[in-house]
Design a protein around this ligand. Structure first.
Ligand code: SAM
Length: 437
């Protein structure tokens, strides 16, 4: 592809992203599926540019507004080429040639925009802190409250490109063996600092090159997510529920901890995700997991299985504020679709319903990939106030090796831990007979 063809491809994809109200990664996957023949290098370059534009969305919008131009894919791309890539107007003009598979020539207004942007840098002193740090209005107040003096550092960390984290599937391989295989491919793998089965890759690569991924010896999973699954501490033979299992990322990690013994039930209200989970179980060699589609969090199945499980994980639907490194577009979508308040109410209902499944003496883990206190500790406090038969197991007792950003619960933040933002609270149900405890 020529550089002009790559720009036209970026415009097509940005147009789809603006039109389709779905997460960027889903839109991008669909777009590439329809263009399977695209060269790996073109694909990599396109993705890199697109992600950079997504990570600079507020700042690019600020510049367009300053110069009285609407925030369209074309204007955004022009502003990016000028401010982000430092391309001079004449170079941009040459690529917007109107030739086949190249963008249409610049209009007079677009040309003026480039002239005005020439010599400016991405950040301007008149920008608010929120624009400079790409923090949407809906999340600014709770994030300031959560981070105080660390707000700037945490928001800046959320703007860095994510690393690629892998979890070794101990049903098929061990970490030393996978590390050796990745080293042999010259991928410079590093064992994760906190997750015992984690491996971090910092070199950019096409996933098609990752042999252990094809064989099911590793899964892609952020280190924070691996730690949440670890806190469930499910053992071989346990009966476990992963209540909001989605496509089974944490179910897979828990099943491996259980050495394929016992039973883990992956529940969700989304049939498509559970289908993907089943496929992943097969590929990973997991035999002790099954899926259960729920009609809602109060499905009759929950009532029928009250008090039946040793471990229950609630990986609740949330604002996803902790995953902005990976999903930069999520800032500008979620959770306005359903509203933060209704999301918080849903989390409370899910937690309280899933808690019924826990045996006396059993463990309930409530987790989110949110950084907002109202989805995390406030949610746990409200649950405990309404459920006196549960108490907290402090992280310092459950996993003393993890230096959390919260005194009692697991709280991982991008600036402190170089992981996605994650929260998890471990709740124990009092044993009916104190001797059981
Ligand atoms: C954070 S995601 C789960 C991610 C998954 N555990 C993983 O590790 O890959 C939250 C999940 O909650 C599910 N969900 C939403 N409402 C629910 C409800 N009322 N009951 C159960 N699950 C629900 C969503 O479909 C979504 O898959």
């Amino acid at each position: 592809m020529t550089s002009a063809n790559r720009l036209q491809a970026a415009l097509d994809l940005m147009g789809d992203l603006d039109r389709v109200a779905r997460p960027a990664d889903a839109v991008v996957s669909a777009w590439f599926r329809a263009r399977r023949k695209m060269d790996d290098r073109d694909r990599g370059a396109l993705l890199e540019r697109l992600n950079a534009i997504l990570r600079h969305r507020a700042r690019l919008g600020w510049w367009l507004e300053r110069h009285g131009r609407p925030d369209t894919p074309r204007n955004r791309l022009l502003a990016w080429l000028s401010l982000g890539e430092g391309q001079p107007p004449e170079q941009i003009r040459r690529q917007f040639s109107g030739a086949k598979f190249a963008p249409a020539p610049l209009t007079a207004q677009e040309d003026t925009l480039l002239t005005k942007l020439r010599g400016s840098t991405m950040v301007h002193p008149a920008m608010s802190q929120e624009v400079r740090l790409e923090c949407p209005d809906w999340a600014a107040e709770p994030l300031h409250r959560r981070f105080g003096d660390s707000f700037e550092a945490e928001m800046a960390a959320l703007l860095t490109p994510p690393t690629l984290d892998l979890r070794v599937n101990t049903l098929k391989a061990d970490r030393a063996e996978v590390l050796r295989a990745l080293e042999a491919q010259d991928l410079q793998p590093e064992p994760s600092g906190l997750a015992p089965q984690g491996i971090r890759l910092r070199t950019r690569l096409s996933l098609a090159r990752l042999e252990p991924l094809k064989s099911g010896a590793v899964e892609i999973q952020d280190e924070g997510s691996q730690l949440v699954a670890m806190l469930v501490e499910a053992g071989p033979g346990d009966r476990v529920v992963d209540f909001c299992a989605g496509a089974g990322g944490k179910t897979l990690a828990i099943a491996a901890q259980m050495e394929n013994k016992g039973r883990i039930i992956a529940c969700d209200v989304n049939e498509g995700r559970l289908k993907r989970a089943s496929e992943r179980f097969r590929k990973a060699g997991v035999h002790n997991a099954e899926t259960r589609l729920l009609t809602s969090e109060t499905d009759r199945w929950v009532k029928r299985h009250k008090g039946s499980f040793d471990r229950v994980l609630v990986d609740a639907p949330c604002s996803g504020t902790g995953t902005w490194r990976r999903n930069p577009d999520a800032r500008w979508r979620a959770p306005e679709e359903q509203g933060l308040d209704s999301l918080i109410a849903l989390q409370a209902r899910i937690l309280s319903s899933a808690a019924r499944l826990v045996k006396p003496g059993g463990r309930l883990v409530y987790a989110t990939c949110s950084l907002l206190p109202e989805e995390n500790e406030a949610q746990v406090d409200a649950f405990l106030a309404a459920h006196p038969d549960f108490r907290i197991l402090p992280l310092s007792e459950a996993a003393p090796g993890i230096a959390s950003a919260h005194p009692v619960h697991l709280s991982l933040t991008p600036a402190r831990h170089d992981t996605d933002g994650f929260f998890a609270a471990i709740l124990l149900r009092e044993a009916a007979d104190p001797a059981q405890a």
